[in-house]
Design a protein around this ligand. Structure first.
Ligand code: C5P
Length: 494
């Protein structure tokens, strides 16, 4: 076992590691881990298929892990194996999509169907999507692919029951094992996640309520049921199965075994532009896409931080593991940030509009018959970062961004003091930044990380780390690791 602390490395070694990591599309932590261990990265390179051959006989049920689509390589359960038990409910049709979503995220799915599930979907479609045999019978001695209920129950990382009917929940709560699905569940020592789906009256029945309580006490994890319209016409209430992507997220959370150095830390992130109204249909805005701020929020949450993302209007979905407060204007953003205090970390990524109109018109402004454009009287917006940097509840780590078109270091250094920030992430947003189409809206970024140098011997008050061109996601991961390091002096152990 070898271990290093990245922050303690010499500056040139660190820079070389950073460049190598950027080239290979890894975070520095991942690159260091690969260099130290020469083991493949779990989430990118699937493990070779594990042989399921407890009895050492020839193995006909070996199952390779699916390839991970690039967009999902951060999925925490990538490379894991689940048994998916499908029971007989109308929501079973959603399982086909669930299997697809899991496999594109690199999860191997071994399906078990109850007899009644066959009434709703066919083993043919389930098996085709899972790229596996569908297991149904408890005693299948004739079948050369029979792996037995004990092996099904154990040779996986988790068992997911979706949809979970009132019937399977009753069996689980009472230890009944009278078919393959219930026997696998009783024989398993793996984490179990269930996605209940039933008629609202069945869900409210005292017997189901008792079973839910027993199952929760037994450590069974739940996702849903949700409230809304049921598949049966005219029925509504609580009992809808969670959507496939919600189940995917719950599985990711259940199987997330990555280190969580920021557990117990709370972070406030601002992201996106603000919209400052001129009249009911027009506003002052900028080109910020929110991608960098959202990626930072996600990366911090992945390291265990509790994250509040205060977002201006953007067209991207928020990460599932962060709390989101949506705002329009700078003043709303400031209020939301203030309300989210206290926090340990504040990262102000938003491209807040510097000015707003003194008063926005309550009716659409009209052209003035050739008399030239209306004049807009503007006033300055509050500086949210500066407010936080000098706040009586100041988070211990305050990070600002500086998007500049010229004299990047000079302007960014001045912001460290003026805004009361520990670090400034500086980026060149000029047309000559080297990023096609400019940083704003792009998926890539090239940043310099400025921090104050305490007791600098060479008189340099600010230290500057020059990061190579990376994806915004990679910048976010590196920044999150630097934040973790600030608090924990985190050591990477291989
Ligand atoms: O002063 P300038 O806009 O260049 O500063 C950029 C930094 O300050 C960013 O971190 C941005 O989120 C933050 N900021 C703010 N409120 C403003 C203007 C900028 O929080 N009104």
């Amino acid at each position: 076992m070898a271990s290093i602390t990245i922050r303690n490395l010499d500056e040139d070694v660190k820079q070389a590691l950073r460049e190598r990591a950027a080239k290979n599309g890894h975070s520095m932590e991942e690159e260091a881990r690969l260099l130290l261990s020469a083991k493949p990265k779990r989430s990118i390179i699937p493990k070779p298929a594990q042989a399921i051959n407890a009895d050492n006989t020839s193995n006909k049920v070996e199952k390779a892990l699916p390839k991970i689509a690039d967009a999902f390589e951060d999925y925490p359960a990538a490379g894991k194996r689940i048994v998916l038990i499908i029971t007989g409910g109308i929501a079973a049709y959603k399982c086909l999509d669930l299997i697809r979503r899991l496999r594109e995220r690199g999860v191997s799915v071994r399906p078990v169907m109850t007899k009644s599930a066959h009434e709703f979907i066919t083993p043919l479609s389930v098996g085709a999507l899972a790229a596996d045999k569908v297991f149904t019978d408890l005693f299948d001695r004739e079948d050369e692919q029979d792996v037995g209920h004990i092996r099904l129950a154990r040779e996986c990382d988790a068992i997911v029951v979706a949809p979970a009917t009132a019937d399977i929940m009753a069996k689980m709560a009472n230890g009944i094992a009278n078919d393959l699905a219930s026997t696998v569940l009783l024989a398993s020592d793996r984490p179990i996640l269930i996605a209940p789906a039933m008629n609202p009256v069945m869900w409210e029945n005292p017997a189901t309520k008792r079973n839910v309580e027993t199952l929760a006490d037994d450590g069974i994890n739940f996702i849903g049921p949700k409230t809304g319209e049921m598949a049966e016409s005219g029925e509504a209430g609580t009992g809808r199965m969670a959507e496939p992507l919600e189940i995917v997220d719950a599985i990711g959370e259940l199987l997330d075994d990555r280190p969580k150095p920021l557990l117990g830390k709370r972070a406030i992130i601002t992201a996106g532009p603000t919209h400052e109204p001129i009249d009911p249909v027009r506003y002052i805005a900028n080109r910020s896409s929110g991608k960098q701020g959202y990626a930072i929020a996600h990366a911090l949450a992945d390291l265990g931080a509790e994250v509040i993302l205060v977002s201006g209007p953007v067209n991207i979905d928020p990460p599932n593991n962060v709390g989101i407060i949506k705002v329009q204007t700078a003043r709303e953003m400031q209020k939301a940030v203030e309300m989210a205090l206290p926090a340990d970390i504040a990262i102000m990524v938003a491209a807040v509009a510097d000015w707003r109109t003194v008063a926005s018109a309550d009716k659409k402004m009209k052209k003035k018959n050739g008399k030239g454009p209306s004049e807009l009287e503007l006033t300055e917006n509050p500086d949210i970062l500066k407010g936080i940097g000098h706040h009586k509840k100041r988070p211990s780590l305050v990070i600002g961004f500086a998007a500049e078109t010229n004299d990047l270091i000079k302007h960014a250094s001045a912001k460290l003091d003026k805004k009361g920030a520990n670090w400034i992430v500086a980026n060149d947003v000029s047309a000559t930044s080297g990023i096609k189409g400019g940083v704003m809206g792009s998926d890539n970024n090239r940043i310099k990380l400025l921090s104050k140098t305490p007791n600098a011997k060479d008189g340099k008050k600010v230290s500057v780390e020059d990061w190579p061109l990376m994806s915004k996601k990679a910048v976010a991961k590196e920044l999150a690791l630097a934040v973790a390091d600030y608090f924990n002096k985190e050591t990477i152990t291989v």
